[in-house]
Design a protein around this ligand. Structure first.
Ligand code: GTP
Ligand code: MG
Ligand code: NA
Length: 343
């Protein structure tokens, strides 16, 4: 995992878009899980995180026969809610990521939270790819399970292709109205200026290999500096929650650096700074969702980038969205408490 002698950390990618455009389902498709069906009302209400090791991405993109040489250890995907009432969670998710997937439902085109998400990404100059999802809903679509999209398109009859092209054209126009040039990713000769569109189905998996390959290739090509691992801990609290048997825990995204069991940490709390000691560092298994209760892997130490559940005493009033600080041997704890509360 070397690039010019520098070690790279995993890529952090955020998935955003209007409610029910298929964000969680797309992740289910990659994970081989059923998280979406377990959600209350089918609505995501928390930020999630899933780690995809490089070897799984390699397998999933093999058919594209591209140079999927992975220099990063993996990909950490942050799932966000699309419901209009969760703007703060979308903002928190998008603030953490290196790049993003913007999901658009091909049967609906751009919707209010598509545009809101788009503006959040533009505000932060975050590169993104558009997943034009639910292509299997085009009348007469022939399923080509998990196929690269060009291969799947070749299997479709004229009527399907016509309908696809009509809808695509309409959606490209809608993006244009937002001041954004977009084009099918395999026709996009102007990457960087024109945003790429990958047609996908979260149900039958067409286009999913393309989506994964683009993410990894784009990140490795344009973000080596950003992805270069640094020791200094950069860590954000995603969610604060009570877990049976663990008490109040915090789900965090470790963007850089390393965390250790037994380490003293400072987090921002409702009633002042919280100084505590990491009791356990837990992660779900690879390809499993952090926000879904399951069995956890215990770690003595853990390197970025990762989604981690931390158990410790006194986390009841921790505030999601703030930074976690690690107390080093030479650190002035009073100064750290102050800086933790500045979030
Ligand atoms: P929120 O997180 O609540 O904003 O929604 P979401 O964007 O995560 O969408 P979700 O994964 O919950 O999917 C919404 C509905 O669309 C579910 O009933 C899915 O089964 C369905 N769906 C998602 N993707 C596809 C797809 O590619 N094809 C078809 N036919 N249905 C899909
Ligand atoms: Mg969802
Ligand atoms: Na949903």
């Amino acid at each position: 995992i070397e690039e010019g002698g520098e070690k790279l950390r995993s890529i952090i990618c955020c998935i955003m878009g209007h409610v029910d455009s298929g964000k969680t389902k797309l992740l289910d498709c990659i994970r081989g899980t059923n998280v979406q069906e377990g959600e209350a009302g089918g609505i995501t209400q928390q930020i999630g995180a899933t780690y995809f090791p490089a070897k799984n991405i390699r397998e999933r993109t093999r058919e594209l026969k591209a140079d999927a040489k992975l220099k990063v250890p993996g990909l950490l995907v942050i799932d966000t809610p699309g419901h209009e009432s969760f703007t703060n969670l979308r903002s928190r998710g998008s603030s953490l990521c290196d790049l993003a997937i913007l999901v658009v439902d091909i049967t609906h085109g751009l919707q209010p939270q598509t545009i809101e998400s788009l503006n959040l990404l533009r505000m932060r100059n975050t590169e993104f790819i558009i997943a034009l999802n639910k292509v299997d809903r085009l009348y007469g679509w022939k399923t080509c399970k998990n196929a690269p999209i060009v291969k799947a398109m070749k299997q479709q009859n004229k009527d399907v292709i016509n309908e696809f092209n009509l809808r695509l054209k309409k959606i490209i126009n809608e993006f244009q109205e937002q001041g954004l040039n977009t084009e099918l990713y395999y026709k996009n000769k102007d990457m960087g200026e024109t945003f790429s569109i990958v047609p996908t189905s979260a149900i039958s998996g067409e286009g999913v290999p393309d989506l994964l390959l683009w993410l990894v290739q784009w990140a490795q090509k344009t973000m080596v500096e950003k992805l270069t691992y640094v020791d200094e801990v950069q860590c954000t609290v995603l969610e604060v929650k009570v877990i049976e048997g663990h008490g109040t825990t915090i789900d965090v995204v470790l963007v850089n650096g390393e965390l250790h069991e037994g380490e003293q940490i400072v987090v921002c709390g409702l009633q002042g700074p919280i100084v505590t000691t990491i009791r356990a560092l837990l992660t779900p298994h690879p390809m499993k969702e952090l926000r879904v209760k399951g069995t956890y892997l215990h770690h003595k130490e853990i390197k970025a980038a990762q989604g981690i559940k931390i158990t410790a005493q006194g986390l009841e009033h921790a505030i999601a969205g703030t930074s976690l600080h690690v107390v080093g041997p030479d650190d002035d704890i009073e100064a750290m408490k102050e800086s933790a509360m500045e979030d």
